[in-house]
Design a protein around this ligand. Structure first.
Ligand code: KIV
Length: 263
């Protein structure tokens, strides 16, 4: 079986073929998601909330991500696996080299890190050392304490310009992929149209090349506040596998995200 590589994502972007990605944290779901057609899996630090029950991603450690990365890799060895570098695991170049190498050895094909201008040098250094990097801007949950909560970013012109310039700098530094979280659809369209690298959105409108959701959100098992962009595909299908297929179908055909899921 062929493995999903970055070149697939680039081809999809060129052909304007939308793609769906999901978070995965364990062997069984990774296997099920890949078998139903999800080719990109994120071992997200959202596991701090979904798996560990914390109220933020801050407590997640590199040991946690390493443990879940190897389980996901065993479940879906041919998926493109992106693993998050968690809070404070890439604060210095040496930390990021060591931690990225650890995740790559366990099966990650790419690492994701949050932030704008301050991560540019790190992205450049990791890329030079053969570590593919996915940037993550807009709402960056690891900065929840600086942002004073999980708020939509980029509504005012100044903040929108910062996000746009960061997107261009992240691409120029060598990132292979970019996640945009919780920004207005108009801004994410501008970024997606401007960048050559594929752009994946979560709460970033329908124009991005791909969409990603936290797996618990597509099954409607997220506790507490349900973000506007989340959609329960299980309630419509009654079956986990069918819910995954419906998610893929709706992303590929442009049904999801609908206006009601966008900002
Ligand atoms: O950790 C995560 O699940 C993420 C997604 C929300 C993109 O970063």
């Amino acid at each position: 079986m062929k493995s999903t590589t970055i070149s697939y994502l680039n081809k999809w972007k060129k052909k304007r073929k939308k793609f769906a990605a999901l978070t995965a944290y364990d062997f069984s779901f990774a296997k099920l998601f890949f078998n139903e057609g999800i080719q990109i899996l994120l071992v997200g630090d959202s596991l701090g909330m979904t798996i560990q029950g914390h109220n933020s991603t801050i407590p997640v450690t590199i040991d946690n991500i390493a443990y879940h990365t190897s389980a996901v890799h065993r479940g879906a060895p041919h998926a493109l696996i992106i693993s998050d570098l968690p809070f404070m695991s890439y604060a210095t170049p040496n930390q990021s080299f060591k931690n990225a190498a650890r995740l790559m050895r366990l099966g990650a094909n790419m690492v994701k890190l949050e932030g704008g201008s301050w991560v540019i040098e790190t992205i450049h250094m990791l890329t030079e050392r053969s570590v593919p990097v996915c940037g993550h801007i807009g709402l960056t949950p690891q900065s929840v304490n600086i942002l004073s909560g999980y708020k939509i970013q980029g509504f005012d012109t100044e903040n929108a310009n910062i996000i746009f310039n960061n997107a261009k700098a992240i691409e120029a530094a060598g990132a292979k992929l970019l996640v945009l979280e919780c920004i207005p659809s108009t801004l994410s369209k501008l970024i997606t149209d401007t960048l050559k690298i594929p752009v994946i959105g979560i709460g970033a409108g329908s124009s991005t090349d791909g969409q990603i959701l936290v797996m618990h959100d597509i099954f409607g098992i997220t506790d507490g506040f349900i973000p506007k962009f989340a959609k329960n595909f299980l309630s419509e299908t009654g079956d986990i596998r069918a819910a995954v297929r419906k998610y893929i179908y709706e992303v590929e055909s442009g049904i999801y995200p609908a206006n009601e899921n966008c900002f």
